[in-house]
Structures are given as structure tokens and as C-alpha cells.
Design a protein around this ligand. Sequence first.
Ligand code: FAD
Length: 377
Amino acid sequence: MDTFDFDACVVGAGAVGLACGYALARRGLSVVVLEKARAIGQGVSSRNSEVVHGGLYYPTGSLKARLCVTGRRALYAFLDAHKVAYRRCGKLVVATSADDTGRLEAIARQARENDVEGISEIDGATAMAWEPGLACVAAVVSPQSGVFDSHGYMLALVGEIEAAGGAVVTATPFEGAAPAPRGGFTVRTGGEAPTTLSVRQIVAAPGLSAQEVAARIEGFPADRIPARHLGKGVYFRFTGRAPFERLIYPPPIPGALGTHYRKDLGGQAVFGPDLAYVETEDYSVDPSRAAGFYAYVRKFWPGLPDGALTPDYAGIRPKLHGPGEPQPDFRIDGPEVHGLADLVALFGIESPGLTASLAIGEEAVARLDMARVGRSA
Ligand SMILES: Cc1cc2nc3c(=O)[nH]c(=O)nc-3n(C[C@H](O)[C@H](O)[C@H](O)COP(=O)(O)OP(=O)(O)OC[C@H]3O[C@@H](n4cnc5c(N)ncnc54)[C@H](O)[C@@H]3O)c2cc1C
């Protein structure tokens, strides 16, 4: 019987790669997580809203719907168990004109079909009594939505992987892999001390580099690598006292959940992200976008004072669809898609990837298990 340096190699130490590493380690497998950056969680996982999503919007039966709901339940339990900070503040999806009330009804219906707990619909007066300063004609209440410390979460995942004997190695890019003649893969790593490793399984979770990493795996069919689109979103911070306790979301915009309000764990009010397709990974925040933010935010918060928004940060969504195209599901591609045994490649893990991360990890490992059972049957 062949022996391997590690049972499993995970590419990428963002929230999703680390959750995959955790799922593998929980099965008693030896795991190495390779991260090209000098620290964990510096990619998409550190440039987002840190919202724990309820799972309201996604088509029932999709991976996004299922893994957001199960992932969210698992995430709150994990945060409790590891004493990572969060606030289950709840969320209001608001209609700011009568034109939007039909959309709210559809969102509430979809949320119930997705098995999201505690969804209710309230009139504008009730919402405005809950959140003075808010302007809306109706709202959907999602009590399970919240905000959390995503970096603390990732550190806790590293702790779990290491406690199980695994390794999370930073400044160590995955350079490529080739199927080994007797099973498993030979993985080449770069960085200051390039090496090769023999591993039985690979889970590729490199976020924005998903297409590039798949192309570096020998035998990965080029026609199974989806096109990459970059969906940039910027945030503006409000310099005064945070106006609301709950998350406030207007109905989604095409291609994203849209600019929303959150009070972060530090008590500061943040608005964003918008959506603009870009060609390069540029994280600058153009201050001139503020004009659009004032107009948009004042629909639900007319009291937003002039000059109160300052440019904050930007994130880039690893999208699989271009402007105007329907938003596809997560892709968790196992051997049935790309034909390579013992490999799962993730693509398009945009929102709600952070919320769903623990469930994505379980799903990726289940697909590896399923493929093995299929082969030995
Ligand atoms: C603006 C924005 C807002 C969002 N808001 C939310 C939210 O509120 N709630 C929510 O649930 N989700 C949200 N998301 C989605 C969520 O942030 C992502 O789904 C999630 O963080 C993806 O994690 P990841 O581990 O797949 O990717 P990443 O965090 O990008 O991790 C991938 C890692 O792989 C590494 N890597 C790449 N190539 C290599 C290589 N060759 N070798 C080794 N390492 C490599 C990268 O350096 C990186 O660290 C948001 C996303 C964006 C962009």
C-alpha cells in the first residue's frame, strides 16, 4: 500500500479552505493547507461584510440555499464553542416604496421554502418603531441574521486543524499537481523552500485564483474550468453614531444582495457593497462613488447627513457570471465533473460563502467520499 506525506492537501487558507481542512481533519485525515500569502485569510475572506446570512434569497434546492442554512446553523454553534464574537442582531429587508412590496412577499416565501427559521413580515410603522430613523413601507424580518468576527473564526479553524495534527503553511503557493501513477497526486509548492508532496486527495479552494489553480492540475479538462468574472464592491463608513441595531437591506440588485447597512462588532456603521465588474484585482475605493451611496441610502435613511460617508474598503467577488447574466450556484466539482479521482475543485464561492463555509467543507469532503465509494463498489 502506498504511503502519502498527507492524506489531503487543501489549496487556499481562506474561510472556505480552512473549513475544508477542518472537515477533513475531523475525519481523522492528515491535512496540509497551502496558502500563498504571508498570513491566512487575506483574500476574499477579509474583504466582505462579515454578515451571517439567514439564507433567504437563493433558489430552493440550490447549493447556496442548502449550504447557507446548514452552514449558518453550524457556524453559530462553532462560534459559541470557540468563543468567537458575533451578534445575532437580525435583519430587516425593507421596501421603501409600494413598488417593492411584491418583491418582499416573494423573498419571505422563498425564505420559508428554504427552511429559514423565524421569518415574519411587518408593516412599515412597526419597522420604523423598532428602528427610529428608518423609512420603509414594509419589511421582512430575519431574526437569524447577524455579524461576526470572521478573522477570529478563521484562527479558530486553524487551531482545530493543528490540534488534529494538520498543518497550515503560509507563504507557500501551490504551483501545480499531477496525478501519481499509483493514485493520489504529486503536488509542487513554491515560495522560499519549494518542495514536492505526495497526497491522496486535493481540495482546491483558492477563491479568486480558482481557474488558475485548476489549470495547474495536470489532466484537468480546460472545458471544465468556468470563465472568471470579478465583481467589485466598495464600502463607505459613516462617521457618526450608528443609526440602527439591525442589518438593513433593500431588496437585492441584479447579481448581488446590494448595498446594505450594518453596525459592525466595533459599533461603527458601514454601507456597501455596490457591484461593478472589473478586469483586475484593484482594491482602491473611488471617493466619487459616494454620490450614488448617498442617494441609495437616503431611500431607507433620509436622515443621512451630507459629508458623513468616508471611503472604507473594497472586496472582489469571484463570480461565474458576467453583467446581466443569471447568477449561478456555487460549484463544488468532484470527479463526476472533471474526471480526476480524489479531487474537488471549488468555483464561484461568492456570497454567502463565509456563512456557508462549514457546510461547504462538509459537502466537499462528502463528494470525495462518494467518489471513493463509487470506485470501490
Ligand atoms: C464584497 C463582498 C462581500 C461579501 N459579504 C459576505 C457576507 O457578508 N457574508 C458571507 O457569508 N459571505 C460574504 N461574501 C463572500 C465570502 O467573503 C466568500 O465567499 C468567502 O470569503 C470565500 O472564501 P474562500 O476561502 O473561498 O476565498 P479566499 O478568502 O479568497 O481564500 C482563498 C485563499 O487562497 C489563496 N490562494 C490563491 N491561490 C493560491 C495558490 N496558488 N496557492 C496557495 N494559496 C492560494 C489566497 O491567497 C487566499 O487566501 C462577500 C464577498 C465579497 C467580495
